[in-house]
Design a protein around this ligand. Structure first.
Ligand code: FMN
Length: 357
């Protein structure tokens, strides 16, 4: 159940943190899209562990292997299966945790639901699963590029350090390890992450994802609203605890006169002049950039001793050793972009049948 996302452009992820491999099967991608492993690899490299001093030091190459659905460099319209082997799994660190419920993790709830779990690295609940989403997102991004849509994500907050600017340069974002558009703020964010790590602790953050070039008219009313699908997509990422679209929660403190985006007519197109709506009205894209923000909680695995209970109900303490991200926000950027891409690819395909004129 629920390992599949999307309606027409849809994907299923599979695999566990310490199993032999993880992967995704993408169905509903039209035939004829030029696609190679390098297209997927580029995105996986941005998500992979061990990429910088602010991420986990688990060293995974995350090499993408396409097993099906591509022939002579183009998609064939059949399911595209992507395999990523786990190479640097070290289950020994998890042996002392086999009988304990780690606070902030899914150990307890997986047991409550299924009565058994793969405890190694969190098993299926591990964010390694998100490599499959990033692979699916890479395919969706290529598809969307043909429609003139581009997607960029960045870190807009780490702990108390926030960047509230609007203009961003993708090259600057990718040039610093935290993926913040402003180098000076990026430096302070990095210091906040390293300080948390030094204290054996962790810190949360906010990721912003912007899709430009989405034409007006993608989306559905009510139960498949574009904003609802995006919220579900982002909320479904590991450690995400809040999602905002456009002005989001700030809208509650505004008056209508300020929140409404006045319409203009520019270059033969109806264009909202401001973007408090985040590019979506009535569940349908307005042609303005789609802006989604999501908050990630501080990483659950910390070296500080915490209180918990064992599987048999004894009170215990636990220190979660091993290799962990002191802040998951920088690596969540390509995951957020991927989820934006799969939702938009799905809605592009749905939109194709919406009129006959
Ligand atoms: C890119 C990424 C990396 C993550 N790495 C870790 C980690 O190293 N340690 C950890 O405790 N949680 C990590 N998480 C978060 C956990 O997977 C997540 O908090 C846990 O499975 C419980 O699920 P929930 O927070 O969504 O309720 C990461 C999340 C993301 C998005």
């Amino acid at each position: 159940m629920s390992n599949t996302f999307g309606r027409v452009f849809r994907f299923t992820t599979w695999g566990e943190s310490h199993g032999p491999a993880i992967g995704a099967v993408v169905d509903g991608c039209p035939a004829g899209l030029p696609l190679g492993e390098a297209d997927i690899q580029r995105e996986l490299d941005r998500r992979r562990p061990g990429q910088s001093r602010v991420t986990t030091q688990r060293q995974e190459e995350d090499r993408a292997e396409i097993l099906s659905g591509v022939f002579e460099g183009h998609t064939t319209g059949t399911p595209i299966s992507v395999l990523i082997r786990n190479k640097d799994a070290d289950p020994s660190k998890y042996e002392p945790l086999r009988e304990l419920y780690r606070p902030g993790h899914a150990d307890f709830t997986y047991m409550a639901k299924w009565g058994r779990r793969d405890h190694r690295g969190g098993g299926r609940s591990s964010a390694r699963e998100s490599a499959g989403r990033v692979a699916a997102g890479a395919i969706a991004k290529k598809l969307l590029a043909l429609q003139g849509v581009s997607i960029v994500g960045f870190v807009s907050r780490i702990g108390e350090v926030a960047w509230e600017g609007e203009a961003f340069d993708p090259a600057v974002i990718e040039s610093n390890p935290v993926r913040c558009p402003d180098p000076a703020t990026a430096q302070r964010m990095e210091e906040a992450i390293l300080a948390a790590r030094k204290a054996g602790d962790s810190v949360g953050g906010v990721v912003t994802v912007v899709a430009a070039g989405v034409p007006a008219g993608w989306g559905e009313p009510y139960y498949a609203r574009l904003d609802a699908d995006l919220a579900s997509a982002m909320m479904g990422i590991h450690a995400v605890k809040g999602v905002e679209i456009g002005a989001g929660f700030r809208a509650a403190g505004m008056r209508g006169s300020r929140h409404n985006d006045p319409f203009d007519y520019v270059g033969g197109r109806v264009t909202p002049r401001t973007n408090n709506a985040g590019g979506i009205l009535g569940g349908i894209s307005s042609g303005a950039p789609i802006v989604v923000r999501f908050a990630v909680k501080p990483t659950s695995s910390i070296l500080i001793e915490q209180e918990t209970v064992s599987v048999s109900g004894e009170r215990r303490t636990v220190k979660v050793e091993g290799r962990h991200d002191p802040c998951v926000a920088p690596r969540a950027v390509p995951i957020g972009e991927a989820m934006m891409a799969v939702v938009l690819a799905d809605h592009w395909r749905l939109s194709l049948g919406s009129r006959v004129d």
